[in-house]
Design a protein around this ligand. Structure first.
Ligand SMILES: [Mg+2]
Length: 255
């Protein structure tokens, strides 16, 4: 039990939680991009990193709520997502445990059919400050790679979403890498993508909200700046290597 208690998990989304420490880390990223410039690569994860996926999930719940008369689902707001468990989310929203028990399978099945779709990614919004950061890195001459566990069928919505939120895309030195097959494990896919990314240039920066992925990149590119974005992540019993800095907000100052 004690190892579970001491396990270091992300605290959940807090995109407006600016801190001095976070500001210093962002300044370090800016300086690194300017120092390295052309010939170098920055890699950014999307879900739970550059994008907040909670609005997508709220929309999915509300559509089912309306269609099926599942009114308790309208209780769910973005603040109720603390991990990847839908049961926890519903519980956080104050939905009665008996209702959750009776309807969980239907809710889960609806969620799975809609969350991983091109249409619904458009309900996500960028993390505040994230597009400005990626633009600054790109403006410094660094090649920006969006490396995501979203699959090929989600590419059109993902591209649209990147454009709408003002991330560099459709311009030189930008690449979107998606999973060819939905069933592939995300970390396995990212491990395979390391070679593709390395062929583009020297990786100097990597941001992701999944502990396994940040550890993977740090071990393969020990000289790069790897950042763990603190939102939510899978329940895998992995924590980020201790040397990896954590970032909770992309804001350069309090708002
Ligand atoms: Mg992610």
């Amino acid at each position: 039990m004690s190892s579970l208690v001491s396990f270091r998990r992300a605290r959940g989304y807090a995109p407006l939680a600016w801190s001095e420490e976070g500001g210093e880390l962002l300044a370090r990223i800016h300086a690194l991009a300017l120092e390295k410039g052309p010939g170098h690569v920055a890699v950014f994860d999307l879900d739970g990193c550059l994008f907040d996926t909670r609005p997508r999930q709220v929309q999915i719940f509300r559509e089912l709520g309306a269609r099926a008369g599942f009114d308790p689902l309208f209780r769910v707001t973005v603040d109720h997502f603390t991990d990847w468990s839908l049961r926890t989310t519903l519980d956080n929203a104050g939905v009665h445990p008996d209702w959750i028990e009776a309807n969980y399978v239907a809710v889960r099945s609806w969620w799975e059919r809609h969350f991983f779709t091109s249409t619904y990614v458009l309900y996500d919004h960028a993390m505040p400050g994230a597009a400005a950061l990626v633009r600054a890195v790109h403006d410094a001459g660094v090649h920006c790679v969006y490396l995501t566990g979203r699959d090929e069928t989600m590419r059109p919505g993902t591209e649209d979403s990147l454009r709408r939120s003002g991330f560099p895309y459709d311009v030189a030195r930008t690449t979107l890498l998606v999973k060819p097959d939905f069933r592939q494990d995300d970390t396995e896919f990212k491990e395979g993508a390391i070679e593709i990314v390395a062929a583009i240039g020297n990786v100097v920066l990597y941001l992701d909200n999944e502990p396994s992925n940040v550890n993977l990149f740090r071990r393969r590119h020990p000289e790069s700046l790897v950042v763990f974005v603190e939102t939510d992540h899978s329940p895998k019993p992995v924590e980020p290597d201790v040397e990896i800095p954590w970032l909770r907000s992309f804001l350069l100052g309090p708002v």
